[in-house]
Design a protein around this ligand. Sequence first.
Ligand code: CA
Length: 516
Amino acid sequence: MLRHATTLIKSAVGLIVLIALAGPAPAADRPNIVFIFTDDHASHSLSCYGSKINKTPSLDRIANEGMLFKNSFCTNSICGPSRAVILTGKHSHLNGFIRNGNTFNGAQQTFPKLLRKAGYQTAIVGKWHLGSAPTGFDYYQVLRGQGPYYNPPMIENGQPKKHVGYTTDIITDIALDYLKTGRDPKKPFMLMFQHKAPHRNWQPGPKHLTMYDDVTIPEPDNLFDDYSGRGTAAHTQDMSIAKTMTANDLKLTQPRGFTPEQLKVWNAAYEPKNKAFREAKLEGKALVQWKYQRYIKDYLRCIASVDDNVGRVLDYLDETGLAKNTIVIYSSDQGFYLGDHGWFDKRFMYEESYRMPLMVRWPGKVAPGSVNTDLVSNLDYAETFLDIAGVEIPQDMQGRSLVPVLTGNTPKDWYKSLYYQYYEFPGPHSVRRHYGLRTDRYKLMHFYNLDEWELYDLQTDPREMKSVYADPANAELVKRLKLELARSQKQYQVPDDSGSISKDGKRKTQPRKRKA
Ligand code: CA
């Protein structure tokens, strides 16, 4: 009897110990998140997206071992705003960061804060670019503002930090240091590993300065677009390779902030090429073609360095066994024109800069090599991260969790359209303000200060060379899309003074002032 009682007590103690060990939520059950993010990396310069101009073997690994999203977009194609949308899960007009130069209100709700509250260790390394100091992170080391490609001054948890070397390599070294020694291995972590590259002015690292020297990169078929099929905005932009690109962009001037050794290596690579260019005295079309080659090669060289460095992190995750319980996500704040329409830069809702690359590797959950074509956007990231971690999603976030999509169970009521709005005018590159809607087939755009509409059938005109808005055959379609646009603006609480249209699809002639 006594023996039986002792056994019972032992069992009870054992059970209590087991319960104590089991809760709260064991770290091993909650996956780590590595969110790799770059700046201005267009999906048509990733080989997993079918790039015709380069190879990205390390980045392709994420797609090959996970899911590639073919219809991934941004809500506002510009750097700071895209980051703010990702942090908050809210459109620009609600998170308050509508254009570059704004200051992010770090007191507001963000997904890193919610993950941290739920017991995740949170860190951000690299580009931040939101004006205010990062909030919601246990550890941060970020570039000051845009940050240079070489010898970047950084800020580590509020303190200045100096570095010598190539920024893409340095950011990766810091990220690896964090993974190795900067965290408590017993707790799950969320690391934002964010590069400056391949942002303008596209300065390659020392290892890639002469990559592509012996090849000619294919030109896009609309490098010499005359914009005849489109409205005022395409004609009045200031972002063409022909007119806007500077000597500094083209590496025809000496780089600044380099060490003498770095400058020597740089000049050994560029001076012979620049000498040949000066002697050729190119003009007209040939000059644009030369500029395109210089630009695209430097852009791709910057990506080659990102690719190498992403490979270092993936290898580390493999070697330590962390890969098994770590979700790896790759994305970039928006796309970019790689000579498409004769342009560089972004901002427009036209496909090349509207698209964001998105690949997700989640061992055991996401089928390797899967390809998804659902409409998704950066508005969905915050909720996805929270869902992955099992954290409750706040009602006021405006996206949707991608977790069901990732596991092959896209809900029946998934997005039928996505809403877009760009505000940065007047501003650099003079792209007029516009909002718009994209469905799986059509894109309706409204340059609202000009009151000009454009419509594209992406099935018959994927390069968006001719707006078919004025075609009477499309009247019903336009009406339907305008109603959907009005519904979206209402759903997302878009203020009227940004040019919303009323429920009947007509533009309001007397926009109300935005409420304070
Ligand atoms: Ca950007």
